[in-house]
Design a protein around this ligand. Sequence first.
Ligand SMILES: *[C@@H]1O[C@H](CO)[C@@H](O)[C@H](O)[C@H]1NC(C)=O
Ligand SMILES: *[C@@H]1O[C@H](CO)[C@@H](O)[C@H](O)[C@H]1NC(C)=O
Ligand SMILES: *[C@@H]1O[C@H](CO)[C@@H](O)[C@H](O)[C@H]1NC(C)=O
Length: 156
Amino acid sequence: MRLAYVVALTLALAFTAQQTALAQQPSNSVKLIPLSQFYSLWKASQNVSATRAQNITFLDVRPKTLYQLSHVPDARNVPSQDARKVASQFDSRKRRVDPTKAVACYCTMSSTAVAACNEFAKLKAYSKVNVYALNASFSDWVVAKYPVEKSGKAGH
Ligand SMILES: *[C@@H]1O[C@H](CO)[C@@H](O)[C@H](O)[C@H]1NC(C)=O
Ligand SMILES: *[C@@H]1O[C@H](CO)[C@@H](O)[C@H](O)[C@H]1NC(C)=O
Ligand SMILES: *[C@@H]1O[C@H](CO)[C@@H](O)[C@H](O)[C@H]1NC(C)=O
């Protein structure tokens, strides 16, 4: 029952995402990119023979429950309400997101991904790296049959 509810909610949010994306004014620093480009970045990040393969951190900014069901492989979970806190921890020992790496966020709504990624983009430490947000929903990633992973590393 609970799972069905979560799935239904996810689909409802995914539908809303398209409408919201049109209204969303992306920040100057966050680059809103289409699914195909997001996938290309992820694919490149998985190539261990490339010189700087791991130079990007993928952030799943959805709630932990959704992240645990399924997420982009190697993405870290930083629920969007925690993004500001996590971004500001970059220079502490607790830091989870390396400011020398690009950041790419995705969510059930592109507007939420932009908002979360903006917490990183507006910090001076991230001024020299690309900050991307997926202009689509995680559901679109699943529909495109791109790889997914269950459970895994949480952001905290
Ligand atoms: C991985 O990176 C290497 C070195 O840059 C490149 O030659 C190779 O084509 C890449 N492999 C894939 C699958 O992209
Ligand atoms: C990662 O590094 C490579 C080589 O310097 C660069 O071409 C690529 O754009 C970088 N990727 C990101 C996401 O910054
Ligand atoms: C984001 O997606 C929407 C809906 O598909 C599209 O209209 C818009 O042009 C896209 N924005 C960017 C910056 O690609």
